[in-house]
Write a protein that binds this ligand. Sequence first.
Ligand SMILES: Cc1ncc(COP(=O)(O)O)c(C=O)c1O
Length: 448
Amino acid sequence: MRQAPEIKMPLPGPKAAALVNRDRKYVSPSYTRDYPFVMAKGEGAIVEDVDGNVFLDCAAGIAVTSTGHAHPDVVRAITDQAQKFLHMSGTDFYYEPQVQLAEEIAGIVPVGGGTGEVRSFFGNSGAEAIEAALKLARWATKRFNVIAFLGSFHGRTLGALAVTSSKYIQRKGFGPMMPGVYHAPYANCYRCPLGLRPESCASECLNYLEDQILVHLVSPDEVAAVLVEPIQGEGGYVVPPAHFLQRLRELTKQHGMLLIADEVQSGMGRTGRMFACEHFDLDVDIITIAKGIASGMPLGVTAARADVMTWPPGAHASTFGGNPVSAAAALATIKVLKAGVIQNAATVGAHMIDRLKGLMDKHQLIGDVRGKGLMIGVELVRDRTTKERATTERDQVVQAMFQKGVLILGAGRNAIRFAPPMVLTREQADSIVNIFDDVLGTIAVKRS
Ligand SMILES: Cc1ncc(COP(=O)(O)O)c(C=O)c1O
């Protein structure tokens, strides 16, 4: 295994700087690049830039490269399939990888109460998986309203954007949004939206949904679905208490609403279980999957109870969705995940959480450490009592980690997300935490 990180020059190096300049002229400025990392190659949890600097990857291309960069089994599956055929469109024709993947998904998703009576729709991204889920929910219930949660991220296409409520920059200038969407408070117990304490709360935020939204704003029998991230991703890696999700399940059943779990980020083993829902004993009607499912090849899946996904030919489709190369990559990915990578996410993740919690005595800047498996959030605050958000400091930490050879991303307004490839070793996890420790020691906390 290569030594990492190994930074050989001030960053960005000359080749990286040149490419960033070319990008600036011709590529959409809407992308959110925090620092100038220009990828040349990668293996496992190690990536190298175009100038030969070597980094530890704690971002995994935004929680995507589940099996690590260029896992040999996944690369082989892609190459084998590419040599046979690249495309045929599952919309109009049949091919085995797509059917095989749908069979495999039916066996692993927390949908349909373990009966395996599950059907899958294939798209190319998380947002497309959400679009399909929203359309399916409307079609299946003949209702049109949807409940989503504050702080959630579901994508940036127009339907997905209407349910997203992470940062206003994602919505600003694009209104009006799709109608019929209501946002309820999410059970973020570190920053309770209702100002309550977790010890004495039984998901009061759901009372808000039941007693306010479903009384004053929309009739429950006109709500098609509730859409929830079982662990909020982009919103700050927020883990809700189990009773929040379980009560939500009861509420949706009571009113004939479908429950959609968005596991685009939390799924495919990232939390140490195949799906985050499993941590909460949650069985849903529809699940959306993307990111880690094909180790980096584009693929989005909307899987639903077979008796819900009964829409007719032509109702929904996508030319590229579930293309054979992505499907082959997904089949290989699932095999690798089951063969030990999910277990690794659980054990290395637990170790990393312990070590990060251990830093709290030393660094007052750390307000909260939370997560499951290798989906770990660290919220930075200027003061542990007031919980004033350390947003500038968070941004400085992300930059400093990059300069020291760790690729990491923020989440929410003041959290850092640790979402490495799930093949991360214990030693690599320790290196990342040690560098984080060093970096925190250099950050001056702003007092307002
Ligand atoms: C929970 C969740 N849903 C949906 C999406 C949208 O996925 P994509 O960027 O592939 O459209 C994301 C992306 O970050 C996500 O985290």
